[in-house]
Write a protein that binds this ligand. Sequence first.
Ligand SMILES: [Zn+2]
Length: 297
Amino acid sequence: MGAALKKIAKASDGRVRLGIIGRSNEGRPLRLATVGHGPTRLLYVTQQHGDEPLGTPAAVRALWALGVPDSQWHRWLRSRLTIDFVVQANPDGAVRNQRYNHDPSASGEYTQPGVGYDINRFHNPLTPIEDNPVPESRAVLRHWHATHPRVVVDYHMQGRYLQPDGRETTASILWPTSPLAGEAAVTAGRKLAVRNYDATTAAGANVSRYPGGDYEGIARNAYGILGSASLLVELSDLPEDQVELQIRTAFTSMLATAQGAADGSLWRANPDRADSIPERGPSLPGAVSSLFRADAA
Ligand SMILES: [Zn+2]
């Protein structure tokens, strides 16, 4: 992944810039790739859960698509936006194909004791950052405070489910639902959801509303509480021959979000339409996925 990013940075003549926002608990770099130099900042985060990989190749593809070509449209987009990608926020979990980070000292709520922390339960903006025990979460929080992104999209994966009409769900999305999130941020998150619903369904995805919780440590809620338009995108864990479709769905989400933020159409979406996104249906009968977990998000 580091090599893929370096290749893009080189091919882009410096229009994709690489950095790190910190180190994992085991010392791996938490990689940041940035494209654009405009005033509106966006933050995309992939693979906080190490066993939910497909946002990461989508990010690599989006960085290439936004940073390497140099058409008038690309120059315009990059003049409007600065897009930060935290690519694979949980590298220690990724190398182990596990949800949690790697911290054998972990214990208590939102951990697997002896294994690690669930990074996506430790973004609580009410916890002083220095008291947060999860270095990967601390790094994303610090980056948020350094850049104040207007939009945050967090890419995950879920098991396999049915739409209310019986088709298979290929993705589910949700905006902040914490009661601590302000009305303006929730409305902005709902507009972001509508934009993503329209763009990904137009690209062939079957999208439902993710049944997520209100806990403020979840990134979707945390960055909404802090004031960003915030969205969770959950790609379903489809069979191997549909992996390409899933990467393309996340890629579409990344580009449509950027286009809408650059031309302002994102903020003209009707937030009330978020309520018409169908609720996620039942599990696909007989499907086997390691991502079938009550607490997955
Ligand atoms: Zn997840």
